[in-house]
Ligand binder design. Structure first.
Ligand code: GLU
Length: 264
């Protein structure tokens, strides 16, 4: 299915989009993102937001000089930042009449059937009630989530859990390039991908910035996971959230991963 026809979508936003380089929340961008998501909801769509940024915002709020290296410090920062982030989202969404809801998930929502059912039922009920579920990893109690987890893969799992037709990943690059654009000037943006190959995964880079944990590799993993389940994925630059309108109006933007016509 193409994005303009979709009725239920997951939007994932990364730390690099939500914060300045100094770690402070990028308020203008958060406001713009919330406005666009509210408008997508006004147009009759259901939107689930997967938001990173808890650790970075917590580090800033606590006045720490740098992101803690050890797990307990990251977990504490996440606990502080998650509150801060939710309060920013809640204030912004309420301007457009929308209620927010926080869900902190671990990977066991996939492994344990009872937890999975509970998560699915809660998200479904929230969407029926018109609320905006805002999901993050439960960083503060989950060691392996912080060490290995990333919200790209989490957002793909969430898209599958809630039966979304599409997942939009907003990040600090405007799509998937056939080579690393930071080191290779000949790199070309790929508008449409129909299959995520092992070679694409092997050559994709790791972390994009030192504020988040994902990179292109985790985005490709997320895209592959979704495509196997007939969920389309778009990777867009998050610096101008209004690009989401282009995607949902059917204009070419970023990279769309969808089974069908050949890679260009
Ligand atoms: N869950 C982490 C946070 O909110 C970020 C994980 C990620 O960047 O993928 O800070």
């Amino acid at each position: 299915m193409e994005f303009p026809e979709m009725k239920r979508v997951v939007v994932k936003v990364g730390t690099s989009t939500l914060t300045y380089e100094n770690g402070r929340p990028h308020l203008r961008r958060i406001d713009q993102l919330v406005k666009v998501i509210s408008d997508l909801k006004n147009s009759g769509r259901q939107v689930v937001l997967v938001s990173s940024g808890a650790i970075a915002v917590g580090v800033n709020r606590l006045g720490l000089a740098a992101r803690p290296q050890e797990t307990r410090g990251k977990q504490a920062a996440a606990a502080v930042g998650q509150c801060d982030l939710m309060s920013l989202y809640d204030r912004a969404f309420s301007e457009f009449g929308y209620v927010t809801a926080q869900l902190l998930l671990n990977r066991d929502v996939v492994d344990l059937p009872e937890r999975k059912t509970n998560a699915v039922n809660t998200i479904e009920a929230l969407l029926e009630m018109g609320a905006v579920p805002i999901i993050n990893e439960n960083d503060s109690i989950s060691v392996e989530e912080i060490l290995f987890g990333d919200n790209d893969n989490l957002s793909a799992i969430v898209a599958a859990l809630c039966g979304a037709q599409g997942l939009v990943i907003l990040t600090d690059i405007d799509g998937y390039y056939d080579r690393d654009p930071r080191t290779d000037p000949a790199a070309r943006l790929v508008a449409r991908v129909t299959r995520v190959s092992d070679e694409m995964l092997a050559s994709a880079g790791g972390t994009g910035t030192n504020r988040g944990t994902g990179g292109m590799r985790t985005k490709l993993e997320a895209a592959r996971y979704c495509m196997e389940r007939d969920i389309a994925v778009a990777i867009l630059a998050g610096d101008h959230p209004a690009r989401l309108y282009d995607l949902f109006d059917g204009r070419a933007v970023g990279t769309v991963f969808c089974k069908g016509e050949a890679n260009d």
